[in-house]
Design a binder for this molecule. Structure first.
Ligand code: DC
Length: 225
């Protein structure tokens, strides 16, 4: 049995491009927490749906695929689909375009949430980021944050990241993609993106990366001491 008094589980939710991954990774380093990017798991499953051209309306085929699929996430942010390193490919536009529709399917969510909860149960010190971490995956997390920023700012940051990776999309295209994903992620029936009441809202629009990380760490350490 784990010593519950030593638990430090941090949930970070928010829309696409709010900086959840980079912030969560830095907080995990500074506070020595295990880090889990749950979006990467949805992306890996989506890549397989894309490769096998699975019809999302055909739940039998989808279930059969899920039964023979493994997704593993290393603490070094590498993502493996059936043992293959797909870290780069899951960020590409063929995955971006399909990931929100795939994430709406309860069958997919059930599998991934169970995996995420198993990982959380194994670890007393973890930071997990996604859309439903505070509401569904770790509703009893000690700390919950909701990271947000204006659509323009999120598109600008995502665009910068993509240009560094030599993905050439215009700012308008990036903004449209993010907006479309937000609408699907917030509008779906099964555990939509929402800010739970006990999550601290961090509007990062006018904040630097360091300011966001510091504000989260301050909030956690203040309450721990
Ligand atoms: O965080 P991200 O942009 O890599 O996530 C990709 C998609 O995965 C996102 O648009 C919706 C889905 N997702 C989800 O439904 N639930 C999560 N906990 C994490 C991601």
């Amino acid at each position: 049995m784990s010593d519950k008094s030593r638990r430090l589980r941090v949930a970070i939710d928010g829309p696409a491009g709010a900086g959840k991954s980079t912030v969560a990774r830095e907080v995990s380093k500074r506070l020595k927490l295990k880090y889990l990017d749950t979006g990467a798991m949805y992306r890996a499953i989506t890549l397989k749906v894309h490769r096998e051209k699975i019809d999302l309306a055909n739940l039998e085929t989808l279930k059969e695929m899920l039964d023979r699929t493994t997704v593993q996430i290393g603490n070094d942010k590498k993502v493996f689909l059936d043992g293959e390193d797909v870290t780069e490919e899951i960020r590409m536009s063929h995955v971006n375009d399909l990931v929100s529709p795939v994430s709406c399917i309860s069958l997919v969510r059930k599998r991934l949430v169970a995996m995420q909860q198993a990982i959380a149960n194994e670890s007393d010190r973890i930071i997990m980021e996604g859309r439903d971490i505070g509401s569904r995956v770790m509703p009893d997390a000690e700390f919950k944050f909701y990271l947000d920023a204006s659509l323009e700012e999120r598109a600008r940051r995502r665009n910068k990241e993509q240009l560094e990776k030599k993905i050439n999309l215009s700012l308008d295209e990036v903004a449209a993609e993010i907006k479309r994903r937000d609408e699907i992620d917030s509008g779906r029936a099964d555990s939509p993106l929402t800010r739970v009441e006990d999550a601290v809202l961090v509007d990062t629009t006018a904040m630097s990366f360091d300011e966001v990380v510091d504000s989260i760490i301050r909030k956690i350490t203040e309450q721990l001491h």
